[in-house]
Ligand binder design. Structure first.
Ligand SMILES: C[S@@+](CC[C@H](N)C(=O)[O-])C[C@H]1O[C@@H](n2cnc3c(N)ncnc32)[C@H](O)[C@@H]1O
Ligand code: SF4
Length: 453
C-alpha cells in the first residue's frame, strides 16, 4: 500500500463539481446565460422535486489556522443584521426569476460559522426565506454549528423552523493538535451540544473529524475516534486535511510543513480510522463520510439515491441548487456560478439589484456526460459507458490512463463497466481524474489542488 500511496499521491480535486472550479470556462459564461439556465432548470424541476438552497454565513469569532473555508474573522456582532438583509435581498432577486413559488427540498446553512449569528437572527433569516417559498415534501434542513458557541437556543430556534440535522466541527480532541490549529475545544463541550441536540429532537447529529493535521499522530486519531464512540454521532465526516497554504487569505499558518504527518502516516491514520469506525458500526459512504445504518445518508447509498454537490454528499438530489451569500456557488445542472467573495462587494451588488455572481461555467453536453460518470464513481464506486448516452469519444484514452490502476489491482474494467475494488477506494479522486477531460486537455502548470491522499 505504501508504494501505491507514493505513486498516486498527486495534487487532485475533490470533485464537488465537474468541471472543477479552476477549469470553468469563464469566457463563454455570462450573467444572461446563467439566468436563462436557472429559469429552465427551475421550470423542469420545481414542481416534481423542488430545489436546494445553500446559505453561506461567513463570520467566525476566532481563526482556526488549518481552515480552508471562506470566512471573515470578527468579534463584532453588528455585522449580522446587514448581512442577513443582503441574503434576503439576493433571494428576492432569484425569486423574481421563478415562474412560481419555489419548493425547498434541501436547505443548508454553512460557513464560516452559522452559530456566530444569534438564534433570533437565524430565525429571522429562515422566516424571510419562507415568505417567498414553501417546504417540499420530505425536506432536509441542516446547519453547521461550532461546538464552542452553539447554544440550546440556537438548536431550539432552528428546530422550530424545520431543521433536523446538525453537524459540529470537532477535528481532533488532542490538546497539542488543538493548540497547533488554534482551536481549543474540550470533549465536554462537544458532548453537551450533541446531547442537547438529541434531546430537542434532531434526528441526525454529525461530527467532522480530520486526519493529517499538524502534530497529529496515529494515537491521536485513535483517541479521537474512541471519544467519538462515546457519543455515536449519526454521521461522521472523516476528512483528509487539505493543505493549501498558497491560497490567499485562508490562514493556514502557525505551523510548518515539517509538523505535518507524511503521506504514508496520513494514509495509516485513514486506514486505522476506517477500521475503528467500521468496528463501531459505521459504514463508509463514498469518499470522506461514514454513517450509522439508521442515518438517511446510509439509506441513500442503499437505495442508489446518494448525490454529491458543493455541500458534499447528500441524500436529497435536486436539479437546481441556489447558493446565497458571499462566495456561494450555485448549480443549475446546466451551469455553475459563484458569487463574489468580498462581503462588501456582495452587499453592494445585491443592493443594486444585481445577482452577485462573478464567474461560472456553462456545461457542454460532453461535460454533462463526464459529470454523470464522476458522480457515479464518487457516489457508488462504479460507472458504465455501455449505454449510448454515457459514451464519449475519449473513453479509450481514459481506459488506457487507468491501465496502471488495473494492473495494481485497484479497479476492474469489463465490457464498458468500471468497478472500484475496496482497496481502490482511497484512490477514487485519482480514478475520477482519468475521466476529467478538462484536466487532461489543459493540465495546469499552477498548483490548484491539495494532494489526493
Ligand atoms: C465551516 S466548518 C464547520 C462549522 C464551524 N465553523 C466549525 O468550525 O465548527 C466546516 C468543516 O470543514 C472542515 N475543514 C475546514 N478546513 C479544512 C481543511 N483545510 N482540510 C480538511 N477539512 C477542513 C472542518 O472539518 C470543518 O469542521
Ligand atoms: S474551522 Fe470553522 S470556526 Fe474555524 S475558521 Fe474555519 S469556518 Fe471558522
Amino acid at each position: 500500500m505504501c508504494s501505491l500511496i507514493q505513486k498516486y499521491n498527486v495534487p487532485g480535486p475533490r470533485y464537488t463539481s465537474y468541471p472543477t472550479v479552476p477549469h470553468w470556462d469563464i469566457d463563454t459564461f455570462s450573467g444572461k446565460t446563467w439566468k436563462a439556465t436557472v429559469k429552465k432548470s427551475f421550470d423542469e424541476s420545481n414542481a416534481s422535486e423542488g430545489i436546494s438552497l445553500y446559505i453561506h454565513l461567513p463570520y467566525c469569532e476566532s481563526m482556526c489556522t488549518f481552515c480552508g473555508c471562506h470566512k471573515r474573522i470578527t468579534k463584532r456582532h453588528d455585522v449580522e443584521t446587514p448581512y442577513i438583509r443582503s441574503v434576503l435581498k439576493e433571494w428576492e432577486l432569484y425569486c423574481n426569476l421563478f415562474s412560481e413559488k419555489p419548493k425547498i427540498k434541501e436547505l443548508h446553512l454553512g460557513g464560516g460559522t452559522p452559530t456566530f449569528f444569534s438564534p433570533n437572527n437565524l430565525k429571522y433569516l429562515i422566516n424571510g426565506i419562507f415568505k417567498r417559498a414553501t417546504k417540499a415534501e420530505a425536506y432536509e434542513f441542516s446547519f453547521e454549528g461550532h461546538p464552542n458557541n452553539t447554544t440550546k437556543d440556537h438548536l431550539q430556534a432552528l428546530f422550530d423552523v424545520g431543521f433536523r440535522r446538525v453537524s459540529f466541527g470537532v477535528q481532533d480532541y488532542n490538546e497539542t493538535v488543538q493548540k497547533a490549529i488554534h482551536r481549543v475545544q474540550p470533549f465536554e463541550k462537544v458532548k453537551e451540544v450533541t446531547e442537547v441536540a438529541r434531546e430537542i429532537g434532531y434526528t441526525s447529529v454529525g461530527h467532522d473529524i480530520i486526519f493529517g493535521l499538524p502534530h497529529q499522530t496515529l494515537r491521536h486519531v485513535e483517541e479521537t475516534i474512541l471519544k467519538t464512540k462515546e457519543l455515536m454521532p449519526d454521521r461522521l465526516a472523516f476528512y483528509s486535511y487539505a493543505h493549501v497554504p498558497w491560497l490567499k487569505g485562508n490562514g493556514q499558518r502557525g505551523y510548518k510543513d515539517d509538523d505535518l504527518p507524511s503521506a504514508e502516516q496520513k494514509r495509516r491514520q485513514y486506514e486505522r480510522g476506517k477500521e475503528l469506525l467500521t468496528q463501531v458500526g459505521y459504514h463508509e459512504i463514498g469518499m470522506d463520510h461514514f454513517a450509522l445504518p439508521s442515518d438517511s445518508l446510509f439509506q441513500a447509498t442503499q437505495s442508489g439515491t446518494l448525490h454529491r454537490n458543493f455541500m458534499g454528499y447528500t441524500a436529497t438530489k435536486t436539479q437546481l441548487m441556489v447558493g446565497l451569500g458571499a462566495s456561494s456557488i450555485s448549480d443549475s445542472w446546466y451551469s455553475f456560478a459563484q458569487n463574489v467573495k468580498s462581503i462588501e462587494e456582495y452587499a453592494h451588488l445585491v443592493e443594486n439589484d444585481i445577482i452577485p455572481i462573478y464567474r461560472g461555467h456553462i456545461l457542454t453536453e460532453e461535460d454533462r456526460v463526464i459529470r454523470k460518470h464522476i458522480l457515479n464513481l464518487m457516489c457508488g464506486f462504479e460507472t458504465s459507458w455501455e449505454q449510448p448516452e454515457m459514451y464519449f469519444d475519449e473513453i479509450n484514452e481514459v481506459v488506457q490512463a487507468l491501465e496502471e490502476m488495473r494492473n495494481d489491482g485497484l479497479i476492474t474494467i469489463t465490457k464498458g463497466r468500471l468497478q472500484v475494488f475496496e482497496n481502490g477506494r482511497p484512490f477514487i479522486r485519482n480514478i475520477c481524474m482519468a475521466f476529467d477531460l478538462h484536466l487532461r486537455r489543459k493540465t495546469s502548470k499552477t498548483r490548484l489542488f491539495s494532494m489526493t491522499i
